[in-house]
Design a protein around this ligand. Structure first.
Ligand SMILES: Cc1cc2nc3c(=O)[nH]c(=O)nc-3n(C[C@H](O)[C@H](O)[C@H](O)COP(=O)(O)O)c2cc1C
Length: 320
């Protein structure tokens, strides 16, 4: 179906790595562009092997992948930009959204939004010395929703590809609602192409946002896409009913990521923790999310985990 908008997978560190992205694209589709979770440095000017694996083009089978970096340092930015270029990527996304105190206290993520001088310094240098394309992913501010408007004064000097905005402040973490009025102000005041991000969890919410912001043609979905992997496909095809083989396909997707993580992660505890993380979101598709999640948490080994998954899917299909 031809539509006039694009859906972008908003990255979740610890969840949307290449194994997840490839399987997602293969089984559900509906996403045009995937953003990779951020590259971060821990005091050393080197790209950790987990990021290298995640960005390696040989490991990625999705139509378009955009690497991301989270830093407040010019040297780190340059290293990340040159590294992704060396892999064949033309664009790097800059994370000014992460809300966690460990990050913001170091002036990174959403803690960087009000440091317009440093943003200016980095953009000026990177864009005048390299040929990488830069896009931004931001919150509205750390403390207040108007911080971003001051940042626009600097950003408008630069040819950024786009600015994706998660319509919350950093201080909010994930609590409270998105600020739709503040996002509207961004549309009015930014000359750049804006992407909307925040709390798209149903086709109806997507439609409401699209109606409210008719000039926006790019929508990013983060948690909603793990909680309901069919969501992008349903939005794209304007469906209200799930596909007939909803659960069989979900099971095949689940088994693929499970197998890939089990091959990679050593020992029963890491795989249990990994899948439990996913089920924190997956559970939301089922009638009783808490009860569903409890069943997964109770499973103490691979056999009981697989039995729990089968039981959950079996009872859901019986209800359908
Ligand atoms: C566990 C977790 C990890 C995240 N990791 C990243 C990340 O690596 N890069 C990023 O730009 N945003 C990250 N985010 C933010 C999401 O991409 C997204 O902007 C946010 O969840 C709001 O969108 P949503 O309501 O559709 O989930 C993360 C969010 C969560 C909950």
């Amino acid at each position: 179906m031809s539509v006039d908008f694009k859906l972008i997978s908003s990255p979740l560190q610890g969840f949307t790595d290449f194994r997840f992205r490839n399987a997602f694209h293969e089984f559900f589709g509906g996403i045009d562009v995937f953003y990779a979770p951020y590259i971060r440095f821990n005091g050393k000017l080197e790209i950790k092997s987990s990021y290298q694996r995640d960005l390696n083009p040989d490991n990625n089978q999705v139509p378009e992948l955009i690497p991301q970096v989270m830093t407040a340092s010019l040297d780190e930015f340059l290293l990340a930009a040159n590294y992704v270029k060396s892999l064949g990527y033309n664009e790097i996304n800059w994370n000014l959204g992460c809300p966690y105190p460990m990050v913001t206290k170091r002036g990174m993520g959403s803690g960087l939004i009000d440091n317009t001088q440093q943003i200016d310094h980095i953009l000026d240098h990177v864009l005048s010395t390299t040929d990488i394309t830069i896009s931004m992913k931001m919150r509205l501010g750390y403390e207040s929703t108007s911080e971003i408007l001051d940042t626009f004064d600097i950003l408008k000097k630069y040819p950024l590809k786009n600015i994706a905005i998660h319509a919350r402040t950093g201080k909010q973490l994930y609590k409270g609602g998105v600020h739709l009025d503040a996002f509207q102000k961004c549309i009015e005041q930014s000359p750049h192409l804006l992407y909307y991000n925040g709390d798209i969890t149903t086709t109806q919410i997507f439609k409401d946002r699209k109606l409210l912001f008719p000039s926006i043609k790019h929508f990013m979905i983060g948690r909603g896409l793990i909680a309901d992997p069919w969501l992008p496909h349903m939005i794209k095809n304007d469906l209200t009913d799930y596909p007939e083989h909803r659960w069989e396909i979900f099971k095949a997707f689940h088994d693929q990521i499970y197998t890939h993580y089990a091959d990679f992660l050593q020992g029963p505890t890491p795989i249990k923790m990994k899948m439990q993380g996913f089920w924190g979101y997956f559970s939301e598709q089922f009638e009783n999310p808490q009860k569903t999640f409890k069943k997964i948490k109770k499973a103490s080994n691979a056999r009981s985990y697989n039995a729990a998954v089968s039981e959950i899917l079996h009872s859901t299909q019986k209800l359908a």
